[in-house]
Design a protein around this ligand. Structure first.
Ligand code: NAD
Length: 703
């Protein structure tokens, strides 16, 4: 057989011959995922090349923009169709002729495992290599946990597998994962590399037979325990990172074939787990959440080359940092020199602190600081492609600012407001160009939190909406498109949770009970510790504006207890500490308030606290869906995971509701409504309907 032109093994795997080098090409756009036909085609092509005496070496490459970037995760949950990936890899690994994987783009998950089956790897300079399975609640299931440690050592492998973060080509080269970095034509270079191996008669043992890099930790298992403990510190409640650690440990003390069997079994177990199902749901939901229903397909985002932020307070400063960090110059505008200096100094301090902690070089910090200019007049927005308003949360002020922006901003500038609650349509009305106005609701601290609620006003133009989403991605956020209502999606649900949390205090719980139930569930902190962190005066002002009271929180504020910033709030904070300590004074205040209001206190269990906090949120989520403020239940899940610390492995409130069962949620809500007399706790029509039909939110068709 002599193939000079490309020949299809099947629709997804091609092969050609370059002299005596067989070149096998995976061609399954967009990311060359390892669907069944790819696996079968690879096995066939590699076997044929192995058996063909005219072939001296084999190069594996991929068509399009990337090497194999992973398994085909749409096949997850279906019975595996042979050959499974690990069989293909074992067959490739057994080939004695030189085998070379030529990597460009990203070699991820199954893609990297496939490359580990080859004896050599070359990579384009911009390539990235990683095993990100852990991010889907999984672990590598085709030998990655066993081959990677043999190639780069167990310590480095542990870091890569538990974090799921990829290595850039250069780092992969230094670690020994890649044998050569290639500039220019990758497959030509890989073929030349293969020829050289043949000419020099170089051979190398398959990765499975390597052991040199394991010797160190094999001799010192206690060191591995230390490394593992450090890796697992931030993985509270998660099964997958623990499984990754266990599997890497097998590379030290279990024979290779036995370890592969165990790895596969553990992978299958994780695949069926609720945690992984939740994380896979979030993976897809995240990609959907930025899609606004009814937006024309061909709409193009405007290019944002420069930005302006109005207000250099808590949010304005953080938002400006997002742009500066993404390489987009930004002008920050304040009303007084003092406020501007304070804002810019905070930004500089944040960057310098990150540099001091080793998060970036001092030069990089300076470069980013250098991208931020200050100004004291709104006219300074005149060159900005995007303006984001982050002044105080007052409607009259915001309307004045937008009326002025209308005079100074370029005709094609996008005008965004970071308002948390206010009516974006009313703000847009003050301009002659309501189509250019959109909400871009960041979360505090804005330079850290991933969520961006993109608020679509009644008149927001499609390309303005697309621009907000696009620039959101460019500055590293997870955008979720929402409609206009009081508090949009996230804060509207947060408000409901806050009301229930107060009520629980009056009925018998203490702040630490309520917060403890939520941290036990997996939140990083509960509502009272969060209130103390943000400042209790913030919510106090909002409630006053809304004409409502929260008995306990309001009294604390009246006592000057604003939270961490005053050393006291729902908890006590010792000087210089952020650790909340239960406070007897607060306990007395709560008990007295219950008595004054005639509420008989009684013990409330953890389970009930959780239900009382979470089910009303789910109910509000159902209303939000009914009103089309959010297009899909998954959008709400994404918002709560990236904006409010909902544990990712619980999939978000709406996913969680489906797991609990909507009939259960409905029945408990009815009981809560009866018990409290609060009719807003009665099941929302959508929730009641789905529960009656035995359905979940997940069954609502995606739009
Ligand atoms: N703090 C949060 O957690 C948070 C989260 C999301 C959204 N938001 C929203 O972001 C906005 C700002 O909130 P913040 O917490 O940053 O407030 P902040 O009080 O920290 O900052 C507001 C800044 O705006 C400045 N300012 C006021 N009027 C101005 C004007 N006409 N021109 C230029 N600057 C002016 C003030 O001097 C101040 O520095 C609000 O709408 C708020 O609801 C806040």
């Amino acid at each position: 057989m002599n193939i000079d032109v490309e020949d299809g093994v099947n629709d997804f795997v091609k092969q050609r011959r370059d002299g005596s080098v067989a070149v096998i090409v995976v061609d399954n756009p967009p990311v060359n995922a390892l669907r069944h036909e790819v696996r079968a085609g690879l096995l066939e092509a590699f076997s044929a090349a192995r058996d063909d005496a005219a072939v001296s070496a084999i190069v594996l490459t991929c068509a399009g923009r990337t090497f194999v970037a992973g398994a085909d995760i749409t096949e997850f949950g279906k019975p595996p169709k042979p050959p499974i990936l690990s069989e293909v890899i074992s067959a490739i690994e057994a080939i004695e002729k030189p085998t070379v994987a030529a990597i460009h783009g990203t070699a991820l998950g199954g893609g990297l495992e496939l490359a580990l089956g080859c004896r050599y790897r070359v990579a384009a300079a911009g390539a990235k290599l990683g095993l990100p399975e852990v991010k889907l609640g999984l672990m590598p299931g085709a030998g990655g946990t066993q081959r990677l440690p043999r190639l780069i050592g167990a310590e480095k492998a542990l870091g890569m597998i538990v974090s799921g973060d990829p290595l850039p080509a250069q780092a992969a080269f230094e670690a020994g994962l890649v044998d050569e970095i290639v500039e220019g034509d990758l497959s030509a270079a890989a073929i030349a590399f293969a020829r050289k191996l043949v000419a020099e008669k170089r051979t190398r043992a398959p990765v499975r037979d390597m052991s040199e890099k394991l010797a160190d930790l094999r001799a010192n298992p206690a060191k591995f325990d230390e490394l593992a403990a450090a890796q697992l510190k931030r993985a509270r409640g998660l099964a997958a990172p623990a499984a990754c650690v266990e599997a890497v440990r097998w590379s030290l003390d279990v024979p290779f074939d036995e370890a592969l069997k165990r790895e596969r079994a553990k992978f299958v177990e994780l695949l069926g787990s609720d945690q992984s199902k939740a994380q896979r749901h979030v993976f897809f939901a995240e990609r959907e959440a930025a899609k606004a229903p009814g937006l024309p397909k061909d709409v193009k985002a405007r290019e944002i080359k420069s930005a302006a932020v109005i207000g250099a307070g808590t949010m304005g400063g953080g938002i400006a940092m997002c742009f500066a960090s993404a390489g987009i110059p930004v002008t920050v505008i304040e009303t007084s020199q003092e406020a501007l200096d304070r804002g810019l100094a905070t930004i500089a301090k944040n960057y310098r602190n990150t540099a001091a902690r080793g998060g970036m070089t001092a030069e990089e910090a300076d470069r980013r600081i250098g991208r931020i200019a200050g100004a004291l007049t709104l006219e300074a927005v005149k060159d900005a492609d995007l303006v984001i308003e982050a002044v105080f949360e007052e409607m009259d002020l915001k309307r004045r600012v937008f009326a002025d922006l209308d005079r100074f901003a370029k005709p094609d500038a996008v005008l965004a407001t970071n308002t948390s609650y206010l009516d974006v349509n009313a703000i847009a009305q003050t301009t002659q160009r309501p189509g250019s106005v959109v909400g871009m609701h960041f979360f505090s601290p804005a330079n850290v939190m991933k969520l961006l609620e993109v608020v679509r006003g009644a008149k927001t133009a499609p390309d303005v909406l697309a621009t907000a989403v696009d620039v959101g991605r460019k500055i590293g956020k997870v955008p979720a498109v929402v409609g206009v209502c009081h508090g949009f999606v996230g804060n509207r649900m947060l408000r409901v949770r806050g009301i229930e949390a107060e009520r629980l205090l009056l009925e018998g719980a203490l702040p630490q009970d309520v917060d403890g139930a939520l941290t036990g569930f997996g939140f990083p902190m509960g509502p009272f510790a969060m209130g103390d962190l943000a400042g209790l005066d913030v919510g106090w002002r909002v409630r006053k504006a809304e004409g409502r009271r929260a008995e306990i929180a309001d009294q604390l504020c009246e006592m000057g207890r604003f939270g961490q910033k005053t050393g006291k709030g729902f908890y006590l904070y010792e000087a210089g500490s952020r650790t909340p300590k239960p406070d007897e004074e607060v306990e007395r205040l709560i008990v007295e308030t219950s008595a004054r209001l005639g509420v008989k206190r009684h013990p409330i269990g953890k389970e009930e606290i959780l239900e009382r906090l979470l089910y009303p949120m789910i109910n509000e989520g159902a209303r939000i869906l009914d009103e089309k403020i959010a297009a899909r239940p998954g959008d709400i899940d994404v918002i709560w995971i990236y904006g409010y610390g909902w544990p990712v492995w619980r999939g978000g409130p709406m996913f969680y509701a489906d797991q609990v069962g909507l009939a259960q949620v409905r029945d408990r809500l009815v009981q809560f409504a009866e018990k409290t007399g609060d009719q807003t706790l009665m099941p929302a029509p959508l929730l009641a309907r789905l529960a009656a039909e035995g359905r979940g939110f997940g069954s609502l068709a995606a739009k």
